[in-house]
Design a protein around this ligand. Structure first.
Ligand code: ADP
Ligand code: ZN
Length: 599
């Protein structure tokens, strides 16, 4: 058996490498450079942690996420790995001790912030230390074009020159081609092997529902499908974050607000509770989430439209990092398009940048209106074409009905045209439905041939048609007041050269639990007492060790214990996720709980 596999099993308690992990690990152990692109939850950490343990000397892990270093290091220490971190939060004496260990090679892994690493004193220290490898995490931060540029990452270019014989492995979960090229250039990775993992997250179920009564829809979704699970709810505004957290709390859930307007202390406190307690919901603006490394987030809900497909992928990607089933759930309505356009237009960006942002908005709108597999569309957006329908998104599980909407679309377009291309959805719908208003009369709109032409259809249906026409690019929304006007693309329709299929809206019908892709079967009633007992043991141990519960064992590991009911330490070490150190440290407590519930 290879040394890497032995470490994987004995230290981390996993049976086998996933995907390209084995190749990456072998390559770096042999001293090669690597560029690793893997989606969140793909298992990037092991790609450098295992080489760090197999190669002589100290691995230096560069990460911008200072707030998470303590938890990352705590998790490694739980596994018996000699790990430490160096950043501005440490006392000087502690720093000196770690630096001494580093030079002496008495440590396996050191996490360090880039600005810290680049201090001349630190670099000098490193040249006297046995450095086994450099891992550059969140490597996209080096790119000016990326969404998270950090100038201090630029300085990392010097590593290639100063430490030519030390392997470098750069890792990221976001990298379009341009960003990728910049990473290679900036970090001197021209000779590195590339490992590009598929961006598919098969365990995430993607769903988009039309927004009706948002509050009730969200509550129903959470109560039916995630009654005691941890999750994140994203909202656009601070006010909505606070309101939503408040009424979720009123349903009996632990729901905490997170946005940039809260004090740093309160934010840190809420984040810590989310990480450390079970079943906490964070309601947040996009200020929350970067680098949040919690494997058992079971759902991510969007009450407002994300700004782009990239943002949507990144935000939903925080669900289900442990590979177990998770839900990405979003509500969407025409107002989103109007509101977002206005935000872009009112922003301070250059005209060119605004065009880019409008384009990104169009892409996410089209995604919302899909009548075909969402995953195919999502992956194609990120350059993975020709996928098969996934069977685990709302449109696959519950294909929407479509209808020939050509005639209605033409009526709607004519109405917009005849009323002068400056009125919003509400006005156009009233006009089509023949609703009486003084304003329409004073403008003579009640005399137009389109007035009342759509009487036979519900206002709701007309709104749905207008919304889809916007998303599909037939109608443009004027930025300041939300007025609708015809886009170039609608010519074919108006000339009668084009047919149009639209989807029949349905409100947030849930995909029934039975149809969810299931790696995790529901817990049987008779197993519930033991399940609760195992979770309690984990909570107690976590509290004692002052770490989040998943650092003790992941949910998947507890589920295996529940299914296999190991009665001794040997049997327990065969449970995935149980390494030697954890078996010795915690095994007895879990076995005792299992024995107590033996029937
Ligand atoms: P990333 O950094 O790519 O987002 P992580 O390194 O945090 O992902 O890994 C995601 C989850 O998958 C973690 O909970 C990790 O323990 C688990 N994991 C990684 N590799 C394996 C493996 N080979 N077998 C089982 N679980 C794994
Ligand atoms: Zn699908």
């Amino acid at each position: 058996m290879s040394q890497a596999l032995t470490v994987l099993q004995q230290v981390f308690g996993y049976d086998a490498f996933r995907g390209q992990q084995a190749d990456i690990v072998d390559h770096v152990i042999d001293g090669g450079d690597a560029l690793v692109l893997m989606p969140t939850g793909g298992g990037k950490s092991l790609c450098y942690q295992i080489p760090a343990l197999c190669r002589d000397g100290v691995a230096i892990v560069v990460s911008p996420l200072i707030a998470l270093m303590a938890d990352q290091v705590a998790a490694l220490r739980e596994l018996g790995v000699k790990a430490a971190y160096l950043n501005s939060t440490l006392e000087p004496a502690e720093q000196q001790r770690i630096e001494a260990d580093l030079v002496a090679g008495e440590i396996d892994l050191v996490y360090v912030a880039p600005e810290r690493l680049l201090q001349p004193r630190m670099l000098d220290g490193l040249s006297r230390s046995p450095v086994s490898l450099f891992a550059i995490d969140e490597a996209h931060c080096v790119s000016q074009w990326g969404h998270d540029f950090r100038p201090e990452y630029r300085g990392l270019a010097c590593l290639a020159e100063r430490f030519p014989s030390v392997p470098r492995i750069a890792l990221t979960a976001t990298a379009d081609l341009r960003t990728r090229e910049e990473i290679i250039e900036q970090l001197g990775l021209q000779a590195a092997a590339h490992y590009v993992h598929s961006f598919d997250r098969p365990n995430i179920q993607y769903r988009v529902a039309e927004r009706g009564s948002a509050k009730q829809q969200l509550i129903d979704f959470i109560q039916r499908e995630h009654a005691s699970d941890a999750g994140i709810v994203y909202c656009l505004s601070r006010k909505k974050v606070e309101d939503t957290a408040e009424w979720l709390s009123a349903t009996g859930r632990e729901a905490l607000a997170y946005h940039a307007g809260l004090s740093p202390t309160l934010r840190a406190h809420n984040q810590a509770r989310f990480l450390r307690e079970e079943g906490v919901i964070v309601v947040a603006t996009v200020a929350f989430g970067m680098g949040i490394d919690k494997p058992d987030v079971r759902f991510v809900a969007h009450l407002d439209l994300p700004s782009s497909m990239e943002a949507y992928y990144q935000e939903t990607g925080r669900a289900g990092r442990d590979g177990q089933p998770a839900t990405a759930w979003m509500l969407y309505g025409l107002n989103d398009a109007v509101q977002r356009r206005r935000m872009i237009e009112q922003g301070a960006a250059s005209a060119e940048r605004k065009r880019v942002e409008h384009g990104k908005l169009n892409a996410i709108l089209a995604y919302c209106e899909l009548a075909s597999c969402r995953r195919i569309h999502l992956l194609a957006y990120f350059g993975e074409a020709n996928q098969a329908a996934c069977g685990n998104c709302d449109t696959c599980l519950n294909p929407p009905d479509t209808y020939d909407a050509t005639r209605y679309a033409r009526i709607a377009l004519s109405a917009i045209y005849r009323t002068g291309q400056r009125f919003g959805t509400g006005y156009i719908v009233d006009h089509l439905r023949g609703a009486h208003s003084d304003r329409a009369e004073s403008l003579g709109h009640d005399q137009l041939s389109t007035a009342g032409l759509g009487q036979d259809m519900a206002a709701k249906t007309w709104r749905s048609i207008l919304r889809q026409l916007v998303a599909l690019g037939y109608i443009e929304v004027e930025h300041a007041y939300g007025g609708l006007r015809l886009a170039e693309a609608c010519r074919g329709l108006l000339r009668g050269e084009e047919q149009l299929e639209l989807r029949v809206d349905r409100s947030a019908k849930r995909a029934s639990a039975a149809r969810l892709k299931k790696d995790l079967p529901p817990i049987e009633i008779e197993d519930e007492p033991l399940w609760e007992a195992l979770r309690q043991v984990r909570t107690d141990l976590a509290r004692e060790a002052d770490v989040p519960p998943y650092v003790i064992f992941h949910d998947a590991t507890l589920r295996h214990m529940l299914a296999e009911r190991p009665t001794d330490l040997d049997a327990l070490s065969r449970v995935p996720g149980v390494g030697d150190k954890k078996r010795d440290a915690y095994g007895r407590a879990f076995i005792a709980a299992i024995a107590e519930h033996a029937s």
